[in-house]
Design a protein. Structure first.
Length: 95
């Protein structure tokens, strides 16, 4: 994996929310760094400070968010609207 950039903190400094997409949990779609563990990928992005993710596997994304070891950068205040977004063909749900 490449080292993290300043995109997330810069976006937050500009008052923007950061939502990463689209996460999948199949081993064949994960970078080898995650050793087949999709929750490791979600945790990485949450720990980098993203405000939410779009996922085809909301149960994995929510579990990773709720059980991550690090709460993310201390200087980033989480907005009330931050969350997990799941997109289907014709609808969107927020958790």
């Amino acid at each position: 994996m490449m080292p993290a950039t300043a995109v997330v903190p810069n976006a937050h400094a500009a008052g923007l929310f950061v939502h990463a997409y689209t996460f999948r949990s199949e081993s064949r779609r994960l970078a080898s760094d995650f050793k087949g563990d999709p929750k490791a990928e979600y945790k990485l992005f949450y720990n980098l400070g993203v405000d939410g993710v779009f996922s085809d596997f909301p149960d994995h994304a929510k579990a990773a968010r709720d059980n991550r070891a690090v709460a993310g950068p201390a200087h980033v205040q989480r907005p009330a609207t931050a969350g997990l977004f799941v997109v289907w063909r014709t609808s969107m749900r927020a958790y």
